[in-house]
Design a protein around this ligand. Structure first.
Ligand code: NAD
Ligand code: ZN
Ligand code: ZN
Length: 385
């Protein structure tokens, strides 16, 4: 079959690889119909999240069940399903405590970039390096889905792939950023980063009762997108002092909630072109500082952007003084997916309006390139195997 394979940093290309097969009675094999490229995939492409071996990429995918393991009871051949990105056993302590992203059983391969076993396992993810279990991902014609009775959800016929696909990751991720702040209604929510994850957090903020949603991004075309699809206010940090602007918009108090939907932005020497348009000085951990400055006293900072290193100068004084609540981590997709699929079914939210590029899987390298370099006004790439 064909699949988008990571070879080394900067080198993801479509190869012919072996078809997956059932390895455990709880597996199904899925024929992938749609799969997306995520900002998290860019961390592997850049080398910031290290991977030594070749790996089939992709943790945002859906498709049709092709083959069913003997122990699977909830799915049958021909079912159309969407698959959450964390792999969860459904049986362990964490899976039983609404913490499936800490599943103790899915990540049996857990070892670090130097080959050393890590002291504590976290859940495995599809197509997300040996650190997260080394599972093949879904940017492929077929993918093996373990514990198939636990995470996959059947998609009703009337929903398009494009409306269902983002239930795998970015809609639940944006939702968790807002859910962690437990809005009561009427809050001002400032969302740093207006990529796919930020755009989904904007939708979630409205659905959870925010009275004002502010999107912050140095790329004007992404702010245009945010205004067009989510009717939010926008700020470009290259033009305004974001913290001052947010304080002015909130009677001097600051936003009730700040979301970091940016994460770390390591140096990428093949990104020279981007550096001309994106102010990378503003990126990286500094977004977090802005969140802590822009949030009001007793407010919440939700961090869904991925961080992969230590952070000196962590502003504990400000966090203590303002009594800020901080939440971060992989989105616990399983906690939300049934509620969110209902919102989509009932037409309460549109998800496909962030897609800018739909490409055949064979053009995955190009898809990665425009998404990484922020070219062609790219916001979200969907690949069709
Ligand atoms: P993306 O690269 O498309 O979006 C990031 C956006 O941040 C870009 O639009 C960029 O211009 C903007 N940005 C850069 N510096 C900024 C600054 N200083 N202030 C404001 N905006 C700035 O990626 P994405 O797909 O939207 O993902 C965003 C982050 O979320 C990534 O780190 C990704 O790994 C992470 N993520 C986390 C989870 C989770 O479960 N926690 C799930 C999916 C993605
Ligand atoms: Zn993702
Ligand atoms: Zn588990």
């Amino acid at each position: 079959m064909k699949a988008a394979v990571f070879h080394k940093p900067g080198d993801i290309r479509v190869d012919t690889v072996a078809d997956p097969s059932i390895l455990d009675p709880q597996d199904v094999i899925l024929k992938v119909t749609s799969t997306a490229i995520c900002g998290s995939d860019l961390h592997i492409l850049s080398g910031a999240v290290p991977q030594k071996e070749e790996l089939i990429m992709g943790h945002e995918f859906m498709g049709i069940v092709e083959e069913v393991g003997s122990a699977v009871t909830k799915l049958k051949k021909g079912d159309r399903v969407v698959v959450p990105f964390p792999i969860a056993c459904g049986q362990c302590f964490f899976c039983n405590h609404e913490a499936s992203t800490a599943c103790e059983n899915s990540n049996y391969k857990h070892y670090g970039p130097n080959g050393d076993m890590l002291d504590q396992k976290g859940a495995a993810l599809f197509g997300y390096t040996d650190l997260y279990g080394g599972y093949s991902g879904g940017q492929a014609e077929y993918v093996r889905v373990p514990y198939a009775d636990i995470s996959p959800r059947i998609v009703p016929d009337h929903l398009s792939d494009e409306q269902a696909l983002f239930l795998t990751d970015i809609f639940p991720t944006g939702w968790s950023a807002i859910d962690w702040a437990q809005l009561k209604g009427g809050e001002v929510v400032a969302i740093f980063g207006s990529g796919p994850v930020g755009l989904m957090a904007q939708k979630a903020a409205w659905l959870n009762g925010a009275s004002r949603v502010i999107a912050i991004d140095p790329l004007d075309y992404r702010l245009d997108k945010a205004r067009a699809v989510n009717k939010v206010d926008t700020l470009n940090p290259n033009n305004v002092d974001v913290v001052e602007a947010i304080r002015e918009m909130t009677g001097g108090r600051g936003a009730d909630v700040c979301v970091d939907a940016v994460g770390f932005e390591p140096e990428r020497n093949f990104l020279d072109k981007v550096k001309a348009t994106v102010n990378f000085e503003m990126g990286s951990m500094k977004v977090l500082d802005l969140c802590f400055q822009a949030v009001r006293r007793m407010g919440t900072v939700s961090i869904v952007g991925v961080y992969g290193s230590t952070y000196d100068n962590f502003p504990l004084h400000r966090i203590f003084d303002k009594g800020i609540t901080i939440k971060q981590g992989q989105a616990p997709v399983l906690n939300y997916i049934d509620k969110l699929i209902d919102l989509v079914k009932e037409d309460k939210v549109v998800l496909d309006d962030i897609i800018t590029h739909t490409l055949p899987l064979s053009e995955a390298t190009f898809g990665y390139e425009i998404f990484e370099k922020k070219q062609e006004d790219c916001v979200k790439v969907v690949l069709k195997p």
